[in-house]
Every structure is written in structure tokens, then in C-alpha cells.
Design a protein around this ligand. Sequence first.
Ligand code: G3H
Ligand code: 13P
Ligand code: ZN
Length: 312
Amino acid sequence: MALVTTTEMFKKAYNGGYAVGAFNVNNMEIVQAITEACREEKAPVILQVSKGARAYANHTYLVKLVEAAAIECPEIPIALHLDHGDSFETCKSCIDGGFTSVMIDASSKPFAENIEITRKVVEYAHDHGVVVEAELGALAGVEDEVSVEADKAHYTRPEEVEEFVAKTGCDSLAIAIGTSHGAYKFKPGTNPQLRFDILEEVVRKLPGFPIVLHGSSSVPQNYVEMVNTYGGAMPGAIGVPEEQLRHAAQLAVCKINIDSDLRLAMTGTIRKFFAEHPDKFDPREYLKPARANIKELVRHKLINVLGCAGKA
Ligand code: G3H
Ligand code: 13P
Ligand code: ZN
């Protein structure tokens, strides 16, 4: 199946009470791990590419890897999405270069400016058959080397969402309800709690409209432990409780972004491999178990968190 936009995926997810997983891809093994799990579980999927991923792996390599996955997995719909597009130019280059969906993230700009730049991206994207995710509110954490301090983060203001969507024409909206980027989302010993009251208020203002959650890794403690056991130092890494993500997926949240969990699985597995096999130096030997563990982690997310297994 050729790459698809998220329009149909989101309609089915909204009505079906589940979310589609949006996983970040940076190399071949990650693309393979995600799409093999999705093919086996018959799940739709969004493969997303950040500015950092394009800088690391090159736009063309990533597009071709995702196109290869679509050829290998013809039974499932796959969308190729730009994660955190920072300008009209970045979005345009992805729209021109084979992506089916882009995010314009002007959430750090004043409201009117966010509307203006989002509107411009939407006009260009829609003219080219591409859909647009926009963002209101500011998540804490680190993305593309930009760190948003916790005190600069703010929840989405539900009173702004109707005007924003009406004026921009965006196809989905990322909101801030307490998730954050990276592996350190909550302070150890605290009780992580997403603001479902804000989500519900947003849904009342935008009935039927697809909502997106960024920063939704749950930071599996078995992989944090693996990293720490085999030479790493990630004390106090804590993520979003999976039950809360499952609940969000049953509401209007149609896309859930997961990146850090896959990084942890890969890094933990490779650290363990080297600790147990100090003599090995063939990259295929340590990337193979890393890929297998990412695949099983994605399978777990599809079945137990997103609820999208069997929905392709
Ligand atoms: O939200 C950001 C994603 O985790 C991508 O991270 O910008 O380091 O590629 P990156
Ligand atoms: P995590 O850091 O929680 O995996 O979030 C990823 C993300 O939001 C990508 O846009
Ligand atoms: Zn994000």
C-alpha cells in the first residue's frame, strides 16, 4: 500500500476509541522493528521524522526506508509524518519530499503568530494532499536540543482551541495536559497525573476533532534498570503511567507519540550485549537483539496502550 495520510486513520480511531501510535524513526532497524510489529498485529502506524532525524540520517534515506517498509508491509496503512516542524520551509521541504503529514510546531510563539504560520503551512499542505498537525500549549522537556524548562511549560487553554482550529484549518491538534518530552517526566515519589479535565474541556469545544499527545513514553522501568545495570546512569527516569495513556486513547486522542521508550529499549539492550560479549564487534550482532526488543515493546504498546491492534 502506498503511504497514506492520517485522515482515515484518525476517523476510525476517534470512532473506535483507540489511538494510532506515532513512533520516531532514525535508522533502518527502528523502521523495521516498528513496522514488523504493526504488520503482525494488523495495526495502522505513523512513522515520524524529526528535524534531528533528518540531520542525522538524511531526508532521502529516511523517506526511502519508510517507502521500503510500505512495500514490505502492504497490509497496513503507514503515514510518514514530520515531527515538530519548526518553520514553513521545513514543512514545505517534507511536503515536497514525500511526507503525507507534517506538524508545524509554533506553540512557543504568541497565539496570533502561531495561527498565522500554521495557516500558511495548512494552505500549502492541503494544496498538495498533505495533512497538518498543529500545537497549542507548551510541553516541558527536551526536543531537538531545545529544552523547555518546567516553569515555561503551560497547559493548553481550552478557551483558545476553537478559534485556533477555525482560523488555521489544521487537521489535528497537539495539546499539553501534563505529558513532557524525554525520560524524566515526573519527579520520583510524586504521583503522575495527566489533566483529563483539560482534555475533556477541549473535546467539548471541538467535538469529533482528533487530538494528539506528545511526550507519551512510559519509560519502562525494566529498560531503565537494564541501562543502569550495564554501565548507564539514568537515575529517576519516570514516564507517563500506561493506564492514563490507555484512557486518553479511549477519548478523543487519536495519535500518541512515543520515542524515548524505543531509545531506552535499544540502548539498554546494546549495553547488556556489550557487557556480556566484550569481544564482539559486528554491529549486526548487537543491533539484532536491540531491534527484536523494540519490536516487542511496540507490540505491547499496540495491544495494551494504544488499543489499535487488529484495526488496520
Ligand atoms: O519530541 C521529540 C522526539 O523525541 C524526537 O527527538 O528531536 O531528538 O529527534 P529528536
Ligand atoms: P517521548 O519523549 O515521551 O517519547 O515523546 C516523543 C514525542 O513527543 C515526539 O514528538
Ligand atoms: Zn513531541
